[in-house]
Design a protein around this ligand. Structure first.
Ligand SMILES: [Zn+2]
Length: 404
């Protein structure tokens, strides 16, 4: 039996895939950082799906004292021996947000116009179900995988991956020649393959002056004024200083966004003695994040001098990873499968950063991030297009089957 039979199987599995994804999304899996009870219940469901395929499930749970059960589950299944093609998906989701905006209960998914609405349908349930269905279709059509395969369904992707993918990386599980498909990002046509991410740098800036009454400003040092000045100074200086562009990425340039701002005083007639704000910086690989920190530090020092305040700079999150080469075998193979199975001329791209591919690439593993989505993850009315669920399963099945 060949790949055509497998792909045909996948068409017939459409309704099944929708009902599996529906059941999956009925089990919320919100991490403790976001106030949830974790992934244990969802993992039990996924574990059964894997066992139904005749695979042995290996558990690599990460301890997390914040939860009553004390663990964050990570499920692994391996098929065959040798350099392995891994499919890595995450089980956790983000909170549903405003309930009243949803077309249906976010935890009781419903299909409208060929789209399954519900929290976690697109991010990352679609991929999880597509991957398992692809393997199931191979089994049913008696098509042998053309290579060793690995499936990893992890926790904690939405809040840093410490208890998920990063934990797996410490478990001697992956071999040096393994490669990864991470179906956790993608465009509507499915014609972009993510091979690079910008470095992500989060800066927390604390400006301290002296609180006082608004009627006697001479006796106070207004931290808000100094903070506002510094925000504007960073905003005006950094884009010019780090002006390189790279057409692989969208947007082409490094970006520096003022984002969170802590509340200061509760009343209008008090001069704030403290001002705390944050920048989210996405930096092209050509620059080191410490160069950005140094540039902000210089502006902070100037501000401190001008306004008589104290400014403390903290990098609360710094992640950078080397790109996967455009001509890496897994990249070429995925592009070839997309052409053969979906008639797509896809291209490699770089994005603003933040997928689990980062830590994998950091450890030297070639990694492609790909799926077909309308990018509705994290929004109210998140949905997975049923067509994408089916079409992506075909691509995964062809990758599992190996070169034509
Ligand atoms: Zn995701």
């Amino acid at each position: 039996m060949g790949i055509d039979e497998t792909l045909d199987r996948i068409n017939k599995m459409r309704d099944n895939m929708v009902s599996t994804l529906t059941e999956l999304c009925r089990i919320p899996a919100i991490g403790p950082t976001n106030g949830g009870e974790g992934e244990v219940k969802k993992a039990a469901f996924v574990q059964n799906l894997i066992k139904d395929l005749g695979l042995k499930v290996e558990r690599f749970d990460a301890p997390d004292k914040r939860l009553p059960g004390g663990k964050r589950p990570n499920l692994v299944a391996r098929v065959g021996k040798g350099p392995r093609l891994w499919f890595l998906c995450h089980m956790d989701i983000v909170p549903p947000g405003e309930a009243k905006g949803w077309r249906c209960d976010p935890f009781d998914p419903k299909v409208f116009d060929g789209r399954l609405y519900g929290r976690g349908t697109e991010d990352n349930g679609q991929a999880l179900v597509s991957v398992l269905s692809a393997y199931q279709a191979l089994l049913k059509s008696k098509t042998k995988p053309g290579r060793a395969l690995g499936f990893a369904f992890v926790s904690d992707e939405e809040t840093g991956s410490t208890f998920g993918a990063k934990h797996l990386l410490t478990q001697d599980l992956f071999e040096p020649k393994d490669v990864f498909v991470v179906p956790d990002w993608g465009m509507a046509e499915g014609d972009e393959v993510e091979i690079a991410e910008k470095s992500v740098l989060w800066l927390k800036i604390t400006v301290t002056g002296k609180q006082g009454h608004a009627s006697t400003p001479n006796e106070a040092v207004n931290a808000h004024r100094a903070g506002a000045f510094l925000t504007t100074a960073i905003d005006a200086n950094l884009p010019g200083k780090f002006r390189a562009t790279d057409p692989l990425f969208r947007p082409w340039n490094s970006t520096f966004e003022p984002t969170k701002h802590e509340p200061n005083v509760p009343n209008v007639n008090t001069i704030p003695g403290e001002d705390v704000f944050y920048f989210d910086c996405r930096v092209l690989p050509v620059y080191k994040t410490k160069e950005v920190v140094a540039a902000v530090q210089a502006l902070a020092d100037q501000t401190a001098q001008t306004f008589g305040v104290k400014v403390v700079l903290e990098a609360t999150n710094q992640e950078s990873s080397p790109p996967t080469a455009t001509d890496a075998p897994i990249v070429r193979e995925l592009l070839e499968v997309l052409r053969r199975v979906r008639n797509l001329r896809a291209k490699p791209v770089g994005i603003g950063g933040g997928t689990v591919a980062g830590p994998l690439r950091e450890e030297g593993f070639p990694c492609v991030v790909w799926s077909t989505t309308d990018e509705t993850g994290h929004t109210v009315n998140e949905y997975a297009k049923v067509d994408n669920l089916v079409a992506d399963a075909k691509v995964f099945a062809a990758l599992m089957a190996g070169p034509a």
